[in-house]
Design a protein around this ligand. Sequence first.
Ligand SMILES: O=P(O)(O)OC[C@H]1O[C@H](O[C@H]2O[C@H](CO)[C@@H](O)[C@H](O)[C@H]2O)[C@H](O)[C@@H](O)[C@@H]1O
Length: 288
Amino acid sequence: MGSHTDSTHDPLDRLPTPGSQAGREGLDALLARPGRAVVALDFDGTLAPIVPDPDQARAHPDAVPALTALAPKVASVAVITGRPAEVAVRHGGFADVPGLEHLVVLGHYGAERWDAATGAVTAPEPHPGVAAVRAELPGLLERAGAGPGTWIEEKGRAVAVHTRRADDPQAAFDALRGPLTDLAGRHGLIVEPGRMVLELRPPGMDKGVALLEHARETGAESVLYAGDDLGDLPAFDAVNTLRTDGTPGLLVCSGSDEVTELRKRADVVVDGPTGVVTFLRALATRLP
Ligand SMILES: O=P(O)(O)OC[C@H]1O[C@H](O[C@H]2O[C@H](CO)[C@@H](O)[C@H](O)[C@H]2O)[C@H](O)[C@@H](O)[C@@H]1O
């Protein structure tokens, strides 16, 4: 689909023109009635640049200023992430920010919810399969011959195996995908593949379900979703469902060389988190 850039505004505040009719309708609806619009954003790779150590990931320096400019003008801004909600809030610098008093962070693909208004996290009971997988995982990685650059991220309600720091990250990812899928299945979990990461997590929730629930709850009349990774595809599907049902939507891809699936389906493709925050700032500038 793709997009081209509107040259009628200040270069810093240019809004790209969506490459599809549905996307143009989504952006038009958002601009016409921002007070009924939901803006939902992924965290890693979308608001935060990808780095080798997840613990070192931070929101782009312009992300919070852009969200602060945008949030008071729309119905809701939500971050929908695979991270635990509390981790995304901390790494994003989202707590106690004037202008973000109504920010919502939906963590663990929507299983957890943090509200800026209360600072509280709500979450379901832990899935028992996670503890079982946690116990078996080191032995499985050893038997699979995983090298020292392959490591386990402890996420509380899930565990993730990262290969970005392996000698050959893609080969390590490919070699582990089958064994990890078997392990997850034996304990009632699913594997969520991402950018050089295979996460073993409970089924039953994804970013699409989370986005549809949030859109319904807020009475959204238009929805924008921006993401970069495979875990964002259900949210892209959700926007398409909303469009079919009469709620306009806009799909934004935070472009990278690692993942191409979203690029093909997006109405607007921007250059990673820098492009996303530039887009959000332009959007805020255009809104009354
Ligand atoms: O839904 P997201 O907000 O995109 O979170 C998905 C995963 O993000 C994290 O991993 C990714 O970012 C890391 C830091 O930049 C990077 O090192 C890693 O290669 C990426 O896959 C996070 O660590 C995972 O737990 C999330 O599932």
